[in-house]
Design a protein around this ligand. Structure first.
Ligand code: GNR
Ligand code: NI
Length: 176
């Protein structure tokens, strides 16, 4: 198992559209374990492969409470096959946009079809936090971030702040 470095805004890698996993084999399962370890270390409740630089359509989620046992879930090639008309608002955050939180409105429930870590096709009807988290992660597979769902004014402010941080932390600053 290995903890992988997280890709942070405004890295253009986060805007890539990820490619389907062609075969669920040991290397895919090993990568899912690395993603889970990275997510738990962060800590976060979800992680998409692109957040560690792999443009593959897979994500991991664990929405268990702190005082409960871990409940890791792996979703490979997930697809939203149904969404409710009902909406829900959650305060979202993203490991690729550290320490920034904003309310996002999304369908309150979704049905997601996916392959599990054995490569078996599954379907889950999700609501509550799982529905929000699945939509947040599936957005990542399409190069979409939660800040794309907030006002342009707020988004521009966040992007500007993270551009500045990236500049300040750029290796060029260390030279000379
Ligand atoms: O850890 C995370 N918390 C979270 C809270 C509300 C809605 C979505 C999320 S996902 C996020 C981890 C992450 O960035 N996944 O891509
Ligand atoms: Ni995220």
């Amino acid at each position: 198992m290995a903890i992988k470095p997280l890709i942070i805004l405004p890295d253009p890698v986060l805007r890539q559209v990820s490619k389907p996993v062609e075969r669920v084999d040991d290397s895919v399962r090993k990568f899912a374990d690395d993603m889970l370890e990275t997510m738990y270390d962060a800590p976060g409740i979800g992680l998409a492969a692109i957040q560690v630089g792999e443009p593959l359509r897979m994500l991991v989620i664990d929405i268990s409470k702190d005082d409960e046992d871990h409940a890791p879930q792996v979703f490979i090639n997930p697809e939203i096959v149904a969404s409710s008309d009902e909406r829900a608002v959650y305060e979202e955050g993203c490991l690729s946009i550290p320490d920034y939180y904003a309310e996002v409105e999304r369908p309150a429930s979704v049905t997601v079809r996916y392959l599990d870590r054995q490569g078996a096709q599954k379907e889950v009807a999700a609501d509550g936090l799982l529905a929000t988290c699945l939509q947040h992660e599936i957005d990542h597979l399409n190069g979409v971030l939660f800040i794309d769902h907030i006002s342009r004014l707020k988004r521009d402010m966040v992007v500007k702040k993270f551009r500045k941080l990236a500049r300040e932390n750029a290796p060029s600053r260390m030279v000379g």
